[in-house]
Design a protein around this ligand. Structure first.
Ligand SMILES: *Cc1c(COP(=O)(O)O)cnc(C)c1O
Length: 235
């Protein structure tokens, strides 16, 4: 299967999952997770109809951006963002999906303010409570939303999660349902710079389940680009 065929297949699967859940396909945004794929592959996906690309690593993002890989698409940062890399992504990315602390929020706000723009972000929740993963604890969300008014150069557009790796179909549905509840429970508008529009969850292995549970933004990599080949790490 080519990348373009995969894009069409994934879109059809999203449409079917949305309809099965009694939702309109148009309300689900597809983010192509482009990590470890070349600028040419990204460009092919965009020609096939991808309108949002998501990158995980700042260095890789900058390299591909220098090759004009994302022309015709908007760009999300979806990986763990180190504090010292904030200045490189604010303004360049249309959305930073992976903000998981007030400290990071404050740094993004400062940089956005200096650039005279407002940066769209999502707050990342560690919904599986996994030690190895970034993301805030779900119990921290209300407090961060409470404090957000002090950071007017960030615009909080919703929440995002990467649940634990599932070994069986349907295994993550309970996590997706918990995220949906968090999304709804915290959607009351507290400040001008909060608008809970996006619930970003679901990847190649489970985006249909995520849509069934209320996701409106799925991040899909391998179902579009094929399996990623990780370099061997030598000891
Ligand atoms: C890689 C990645 C994805 C997509 O993963 P696939 O299983 O290849 O679809 C989604 N979200 C994030 C944050 C990722 O790093």
């Amino acid at each position: 299967m080519s990348i373009s065929e995969n894009v069409i297949r994934v879109k059809n699967r999203i449409d079917a999952a949305a309809r099965a859940a009694g939702r309109s396909p148009g309300e689900i945004a597809l983010v192509a997770a482009t990590k470890m794929n070349s600028a040419d592959s990204v460009a092919e996906a965009i020609r096939a109809g991808i309108r949002v690309c998501g990158e995980n690593r700042v260095q890789e993002l900058l390299e591909k951006n220098a090759q004009n890989a994302y022309a015709g698409s908007s760009l999300h940062f979806i990986g763990h963002l180190q504090k010292n890399k904030v200045r490189q992504v604010v303004g360049l990315c249309d959305m930073i999906e992976s903000v998981d602390s007030l400290e990071l929020l404050a740094l993004i706000d400062g940089r956005a303010k200096a650039l005279g723009l407002r940066q769209d972000i999502l707050l990342e929740i560690n919904i599986g409570g996994e030690k190895s993963k970034s993301g805030m604890n779900e119990s921290e969300l209300p407090r961060i939303l409470e404090e957000a008014g002090a950071f007017p150069s960030v615009f909080i557009r919703g929440i995002m999660a990467i649940p634990p790796i599932s070994h069986e179909n349907g295994e993550n549905r309970a996590y997706f349902a918990r995220m949906y509840k968090l999304f709804v429970d915290n959607s009351a508008k507290k400040y001008d710079n909060i608008s809970m529009d996006f619930l970003s969850m679901g990847m190649s292995g489970d985006f249909e389940d995520a849509i069934a549970e209320g996701s409106n933004m799925v991040r899909v990599g391998s179902a579009i680009f094929g399996a990623r080949v990780y370099p061997q790490i030598s000891e």
